[in-house]
Design a protein around this ligand. Structure first.
Ligand code: PXG
Length: 441
């Protein structure tokens, strides 16, 4: 396209991420403003946010404290090299995140996204074993239906087929646990499902198959989000932890979604009471306002790198924007807001109410399962034969036109309202969704 052919509002140049581009550009859905629980579209109508943006705006939109902190920081120190130089806010933010983390996770390396956090964590896991003289531990174990971002490491351990299958051979030395979706046993479970802890034994089988001494790490989401909300069966995460301990395998929890209050606790690991060796996070770290992620790890892992002459770099890894000052300001302000407004406690206090809300949709047309944990909910629909994903996609379009933003994946509607949601908002989300479900053919 020649430069002079580009028109104002020409939508062609932007190749949109994870979007049906041709469909979108024929009938664009744009948001131009946001405040609290609501967006506003181009015609000025309010759109209720039932997905916290993309699972990230936990304190709602355009929070004055977060906006103010970003403005102040931009006026003071806009950018600072992160390699061999520092600025105070990144250290402050690191301490504040560690204060929220489960006991034993003492260090954080900053990235700019969840995908980068995942690839960083996988690299740290492999390099850690090498640093302690176990260089043969190079295998990584993920799980079917897992989502760990879109970089090569993340899609290799990930288990969402369409995110992997066209990208060549991926990383070698990767294997997968089976997923824990057992609708025939667990449909309409409230909170953690009863059946499926035995699926954790897959890790034992893979350890036997490959030799446990060859496995560096296993990575799972405490609650799998992107695949359509899979809550861990009772006892499952505990058993994964045990098997890792037996074999010296590092356990990575990908908490990009479950971090920062989504389940009513600081992290999924604190919510479920299972402590991994590494945690990846992003999204809620800055309320989604400025891109930022991180990898938390134990002192054992960190200290294993702290050898050799002191002038030498210990870990050859990092990003131009790791610990970016404006992102740190957004992070510090977000953590202040979470604490001052008691948002994790608020989410916890609303979790049972939310459970009743989402399960009230049982029995509506095409609803085949409903799942929930913390302030997350999912409604699974039966697929139209031959066109999987179409039913939920059409519902998403109708919801948007009606003033409700939902997130759909396949034929699953995933709900994750901002943690500031009042019960009246939760009622409204489920009321609007119920109407849309009732209107289906
Ligand atoms: N790990 C997990 C568990 C995630 O959920 C990532 C890594 C990657 O993060 P970045 O920041 O690189 O996108 C994610 C991201 C959805 C949805 O609606 C989920 C994500 C992103 C966008 C949409 O399911 N999760």
């Amino acid at each position: 396209m020649a430069r002079d052919q580009v028109m104002p509002n020409d939508l062609r140049a932007h190749w949109m991420p994870f979007t049906a581009n041709r469909q979108f550009k024929k009938a664009p859905r744009m948001l131009v403003e946001a405040d609290g629980m609501y967006y506003r579209n181009t015609t000025g109508e309010k759109v209720l946010d039932s997905s916290a943006g993309l699972w990230c705006c936990n304190a709602g939109h355009r929070h004055p404290k977060i906006v103010g902190a970003i403005q102040d920081q931009a006026r003071k120190l806009d950018y600072c090299p992160g390699f061999q130089i520092g600025h105070p806010q990144s250290f402050e933010l690191a301490n504040r995140v560690i204060d929220l983390a489960p006991e034993g996770l003492d260090h954080i390396l900053f990235t700019n996204s969840g995908s980068e956090a995942v690839d960083s964590a996988l690299k740290i896991a492999i390099a850690y074993h090498r640093a302690i003289g176990q260089g043969e531990r190079i295998r990584l174990i993920g799980r079917e239906r897992g989502y760990h971002g879109v970089n090569f490491g993340g899609i290799s351990v990930g288990g969402i087929v369409s995110n992997r299958k066209v990208y060549g051979s991926l990383l070698t030395g990767v294997d997968h646990l089976r997923h824990t979706h057992l609708p025939e046993l667990n449909a309409f479970s409230r909170g953690q499902p009863e059946h499926g802890a035995e699926l954790a034994e897959d890790l034992e089988r893979l350890a036997t198959l490959h030799g446990p001494e060859t496995i560096a790490a296993v990575i799972v989401e405490p609650v799998a989000g992107s695949t359509g909300v899979l809550v861990p069966p009772i006892g499952y995460l505990e058993r994964i932890r045990e098997i890792c301990d037996e074999h010296g395998i590092l356990l990575i929890f990908d908490e990009v979604i479950t971090g920062f209050g989504r389940l009513g606790a600081p992290f999924g690991s604190t919510h479920f009471g299972v402590t991994p060796d590494l945690i990846t996070c992003a999204k809620g770290l800055t309320n989604g306002v400025i891109p930022m992620g991180g990898v938390l790890c134990s002192a054992k892992i960190h200290d294993a790198f702290m050898h050799g002459p002191e002038y030498l770099i210990e870990l050859y890894h990092g990003y131009t924007y790791s610990g970016n000052p404006i992102a740190c300001a957004a992070g510090l302000a977000s953590l202040d807001v979470y604490r001052e407004e008691g948002l994790f406690e608020k989410a916890d206090g609303n979790a049972r109410y939310w459970e009743d809300c989402v399960h009230s949709l049982r029995g509506l047309p095409h609803v085949i399962d409903i799942r929930n944990e913390g302030l997350v909910g999912a409604v699974e629909l039966d697929s139209i034969e031959g066109t999987p994903g179409k039913r939920a996609f059409e519902l998403f379009i109708r919801a948007f036109e009606r003033g409700l933003l939902i997130r759909v994946t396949g034929d699953i509607i995933a709900l994750s309202p901002p943690l500031i949601a009042e019960r009246s908002h939760l009622d409204k989300i489920v009321g609007m969704l119920g109407d849309l479900l009732r209107e289906q053919d």
